[in-house]
Design a protein around this ligand. Sequence first.
Ligand code: IPD
Length: 273
Amino acid sequence: MRNVVNDYFDVAVGIVRKAGRFITQYGSGCEEFEVKSCDIDFVTKVDKMVENFIIHSISKQYPSHKFIGEESVAGGAKVDLTDDPTWVIDPVDGTMNFVHGFPFSCISLALLISKEPVLGIIYNPLMDKLYSAKEGQGACLNGEPIHTSKVKELRHALVAFETGTSRDEEKVKVVFENFKTMVGQAHGIRALGSAALNMAMVAEGRADANFEFGIHIWDIAAGCLIVKEAGGVCIDPSGGPINLLSRRMLCAGRAELANELSKKLTQYYPDHD
Ligand code: IPD
């Protein structure tokens, strides 16, 4: 299995690096976009180009593999997660950043086998940072090993979280409640505008924890493996095991910190993917 995953990984890294060129062409912003679920949820032609390129390139190599892609789902495809090898794609995570030219956007790509991530890649081509992990083989940034931080207490932790891409009243209320809790209790708070890059910061030990309600499997599948392989934990925000389809995620460099956070967060339960 290890050798097969290594082969898949090498192919995927080559494809993701090539796909990154679509993004760097619009490094200072992309004025044209369409709205999706609401007026702060966007898709650009680059999101579609990157996703099509990745699906086409991987299908040529592995015709039997399946895909779950953010823009394919936005276009009406079902999220159909089976035990078959399935590539989960967010072609531009941080589309709001991408539209504005704020340089924190990335491609997030994971391969799931039997519903578990076996490889994950998060690539910010604007900064040429490629975070990656293979199951049981550790996590890397541009090929060099990375590790999560050792911070165990919220009062010492830099915590990343997002407002998300929904204006749903109940969701926004929970965001504000958690904002208040974090401002009062965490060492510091940050929001990069990309769920995958927030997770990459935890994997690299530059942030200590990250949580979000309302994210999708394509935002977190690669990040979960990368955080775990870097030494961290990825759980449901209420404290149980993570379900990649539940649209709820909490990760941290240390289990103690994740547990403390899970007890302090106001919970939100969106519909599953
Ligand atoms: C979004 C970003 C954002 C997060 C949202 C995601 P997209 O992904 O990661 O930071 O708050 O939950 O949906 O739409 O830019 O691919």
